[in-house]
Design a protein around this ligand. Sequence first.
Ligand code: BES
Ligand code: MN
Ligand code: ZN
Length: 497
Amino acid sequence: MKLSLSTQPLNTQAKEGWIVFVQNKKPLLTGKNPLKTLLSNQIKKSNFSGDFAQTAVFPGFGKVKAGHIILAGLGKGDAFRIETLERAAAAAIRAGKKAGLTGFATESAAGLKGVSETAFAHSVGRGAAWGSYSFDEFKTTKKKRGAEPSLVFAGPCKNAAACRRALAEAQVESEALLSTADLANLPGNFATPQKIANWSKKMAKETGLTCSVLNKTDLKKQKCNALLSVAAGSDTDAKIITLKHKGSDPKANPVVLVGKTITFDSGGLSLKSGKNMQWMQFDKCGGMAVLAAMNMVARLKPKASVIGILTVAENMPSGGASRPGDIVKSRSGKTIEILNTDAEGRLALCDALDLALTHKPAAIVDLATLTGAVIMALGHTAAAIVGNNHRFNQKLIKAAENGGERLWELPLWQEHKEDIKGTFADLQNISKSGTAGTITAGAFLSEFVPDNVPWAHIDIAGTAWEETPKAWMAPGVTLFGARTLIEWIKGMDIGNE
Ligand code: BES
Ligand code: MN
Ligand code: ZN
């Protein structure tokens, strides 16, 4: 999606489609625009209610310079969040694309209360790009990819330079999201650990990050036995991929992003049922969000140093697989009883968290499709955040809000930590009580991070992908978390998380 700015008003833009947002049933257009009454009348006659992400495509009938007008509902003002705008923009493009349109324009400021013109440009620009995406690599009947779609933000804005910067940022972030989605949407037989390593190296080379990969022998030397135990039943080896961005102050401590990257989660010997195993190619989405965020970091070059770590393995059953009851010694030295081989994410993560500490991090954030329990707690609209520092959690929650994502904090109490103490080893990988699944998984991870390092764990099991088409996106990965991470990093002072 090509995003650009024009100081000429919308009325002068000869385009295939004009996007007009609708809030409280009113089209958001500034100034004396003849479209206002035209559209208001159209809306009254149609069954378009302006609900969130509802769209309607009207022909321009030669009365305006647009072939079509796409209405995009923002719902009522009281429920508005920046996420609403990003998704409505995506929905508008999806509707336009279905109608065969590729050249779009929308009004820059659009008179949306409480949203700055730069936030508007950023959110609408990124949403538009996301709405244009679908994963169709394996459709043999797929249509030829036509011209790259474009969106012009038209009309005067208070600070054109700032708007251009916001659009350029949206452009970079969108390109990172779309290119990573092409990898993340690949199924388990294509997105192998080796493939992800190769992809990461190539991306790093193209964008100026450094990339190093630990293979099986390196992982053995590093005593990453918890991670290795996850891959023990697989024909493909585990890996740890590290990507680095050097900030402007080389002495400042980096922030480290850690992503669970299970290329397929069968459950191992604690085999999942057929229904629960479906979609488990997306158990790599924590790592995919980190990869997208690192791509953005590489090109936006924030002041802070940022390190991304992907802990990669495939969880399969075989004669070599870990058995329930097995005990492993993690990189940290803590021993773990593997009571359920399907609680593999925390095993892969604990070694990566310990490795993260070697970088003397200012803060650590991990992202993981870790527990089905988070879907019980929050459904598919928000991810859970659990950590060792309430203030730090709040910072990330705020970043998520600005980034169009939702995080909800869950507590982490002493009782939860007791719940994952082992019988024969230091820890066990499932709780004794069988309750508070998302929190106890977080409690397990907290054992690998000292209290004085701000650390947050984000459980994206409910938000990492869409299984059916939505108004704002085609089925597939959402890369949930990447938008939060980049928002947080952009707003950060050096060496101070
Ligand atoms: N990858 C799954 C969690 C998951 C479930 C992600 C559904 C997305 C959708 C994870 O490895 C897992 O299997 N967790 C178990 C933990 C349990 C054994 C303590 C779960 O949630 O059932
Ligand atoms: Mn599992
Ligand atoms: Zn898993």
